[in-house]
Every structure is written in C-alpha cells, then in structure tokens.
Design a protein around this ligand. Structure first.
Ligand SMILES: Cc1cc2nc3c(=O)[nH]c(=O)nc-3n(C[C@H](O)[C@H](O)[C@H](O)COP(=O)(O)OP(=O)(O)OC[C@H]3O[C@@H](n4cnc5c(N)ncnc54)[C@H](O)[C@@H]3O)c2cc1C
Length: 288
C-alpha cells in the first residue's frame, strides 16, 4: 500500500515569502503547486519532504495576460485554464490546442504549467512547444529575479537550471507576427506522450519562402531538443523545403540523442520523427 509520510503545508502570501520559506527549511522543503507529480513521488517514497510550500495560494501567480508584446502565463496557471483562456485561444491557438491534449481533464484541472516545466519530466508536451515559440521563464530566488531562456532551462531529465530555492514565477512567450505558422503534433500510446514535435516557420509576404524556421522534438530523449542543422534545412523556398523534410528529420533525430527505452527503440523513434515532421509541416501550413 502507498502511504504518504507526514508533512506540513505552508501557505506564503507572496513570492518573496515563498522563497524565504524555502531558504529557511532547506532540503526538508519543496515547492508544491498542483501536486500531480510531487505527491505521487512522495507516495512512492522517491521524494521525502517534511514541509511543502504551497505556491498555488499566492495571489495573481495564476494570471494569463498580454504585457509588452509578450504573453505572460503565471507559473501556477493550470493546463485547463490555459486551454480555456480566451486570450491564448485568439493570440496563440497552437498553445491552447497543445494544452488540450495534455494528460486527462483531471490532471489538467490540477496540474500547472510551472510544475510541468520545473519537474522536467522528459515526456512533457509544453516544454517542446515552448522551445520553438522562443519562450523564457521568469524566476525569483534569494539572489533576486532573473530570466532563463527555455533553450537553457533543462539540464537533464528531472533537472533544471533553477538555483536552490529559486522559484518560477511566469512563462513569457513573445507574440509571433502574422507570418509565423506553427504546429505541435504528438504520438501517444500509454499514459505519457512518446513523441512531441513542434515546428514554427516564418513565411515571406508571398508565402512562398520560409525566412526562419524553428523545430524541436521532445519525449524521445532526456530533454527536448532543437536542431540548428534541421532549422537551416527548413529555411528557403517552399518546394526546396518540402524536398528537404527527410534530411531535416534525420538532423533532428541526430541532435536528439535518441535512446532505447520501454517506449521503443531509437530506430523506431527516428522513424516517428520522419513521419511527424511531415505531419507538422502540413499542419503548420494548413489554411495559409
Ligand atoms: C496521469 C498523468 C498523465 C500525464 N500526462 C501528461 C502529458 O500527456 N503531457 C504532459 O506534458 N504532461 C503530462 N503529465 C504531467 C503533468 O503535466 C504534470 O504532472 C503537471 O503539470 C505538474 O504540475 P503540478 O502543478 O501538479 O506540479 P507539482 O507536482 O506540484 O510539482 C512538480 C515539481 O515542480 C516543482 N514546482 C512546482 N511549481 C514550481 C514553481 N512555480 N517554481 C519552482 N518549482 C516548482 C515542485 O517543487 C515539484 O518538484 C501527466 C501527469 C500525470 C499524473
């Protein structure tokens, strides 16, 4: 039988207080948002904490707003609130569509975007898409505030570049101009996705050339990865890019350091990347 050990919950009234509490309790404490990962790990006795600092109660930390040309999603916004946000649906529909496919409605109702990213579980959908959207995260800790690009955020599976007692306060996504076309596609058999692939292409005015490209693959390796080589192969006149798709898929697979695991062999994942890059390309250009 799985049993939770005893712990105490603390409810800070603002971010500074949460950071102070973390520094005070040290390794005996963890930040706690929806608890969908944390409580499970504690039930399995993989993680042990005597103190949980509940960041969900911090007023305003769940807000989703447009600020200085950026979408700012508060760290405690739940997947469900992102999926249902009218602002995001109209300004960044690729993000709400991705969120609507995360887990199940029970997990989406409770789980937060901040918790998803900070846990750095390799099978994350938002992490892969946020990479191609050029997102960054705002964090606050004992040394003050700073921003970390999503490109630099993950240090390995279940490992981020957050310093001890630093907490994430928001995820910031630059609003793409009307010339960006983007798509997120995923493949899932079990509880968590087996592959997630995100593509964003900037078209010229006539729509016939891609002036910039961003592509990332996730879930198939320890961390989601972009590939500069694949992005270069996806930049140029449209017919050439269509021909380059298999080469770009190979480059993306090479950069992802594919691993054999219970979800499939590295070779199988390479095949999936080929199939899903083409799907993402078609989906991104639908209606353009
Ligand atoms: C059955 C199931 C299916 C799932 N399927 C998917 C899926 O298809 N796709 C997908 O992407 N994800 C999936 N997930 C993962 C899910 O998205 C995460 O569990 C959820 O978003 C985590 O958020 P949380 O608020 O519950 O985090 P918590 O469990 O509260 O916290 C997780 C970790 O993040 C830390 N943390 C939380 N908030 C902060 C913060 N603001 N600053 C610093 N550290 C913080 C905590 O200390 C803890 O270490 C699934 C999970 C489950 C249980």
């Amino acid at each position: 039988m799985m049993l939770l050990r005893r712990f105490e919950i603390h409810q800070p009234s603002n971010v500074a207080e949460a950071v102070q509490m973390g520094a005070h309790f040290g390794e005996q404490a963890s930040l706690y948002a929806g608890g969908t990962e944390l409580l499970l790990a504690m039930k399995h006795d993989v993680l042990r904490y005597k103190h949980l600092i509940d960041v969900k109660v911090i007023p305003g930390l769940e807000a989703i707003e447009l600020r200085d040309g950026m979408i700012r999603v508060g760290a405690t916004a739940t997947h469900r609130s992102i999926e249902r946000s009218a602002l995001l649906r109209s300004r960044l529909p690729v993000f709400t569509k991705m969120e609507s496919l995360v887990a199940n409605v029970r997990v989406r109702n409770t789980g937060t975007l901040g918790g998803n990213l900070c846990f750095a579980e390799p099978h994350s959908d938002p992490a892969t898409l946020l990479l191609v959207l050029g997102a960054s995260v705002a964090v606050e800790g004992p040394q003050g505030r700073r921003e970390i690009l999503m490109d630099d955020f993950f240090a390995g599976p279940y490992e981020t570049r957050l310093a001890p007692n630093e907490m994430m306060t928001a995820i910031q996504i630059p609003l793409p101009s009307g010339r960006w076309r983007s798509a997120y596609v995923k493949f899932q058999v079990h509880e968590r996705p087996m592959l997630g692939l995100a593509l964003a292409l900037e078209t010229t005015e006539d729509g016939e050339t891609f002036s910039r490209a961003r592509v990332a693959v996730g879930c198939v390796s320890p961390c989601p990865q972009r590939s500069a080589a694949a992005e270069s192969l996806l930049t140029g006149p449209r017919p050439e890019i269509e021909r380059n798709l298999p080469l770009a898929a190979e480059a993306l697979a090479d950069s992802a350091e594919l691993i054999d695991d219970q979800q499939g062999s590295a070779e199988y994942k390479r095949h999936l990347i080929r199939v899903f890059l083409r799907r993402a390309f078609v989906k991104a250009l639908e209606g353009s």
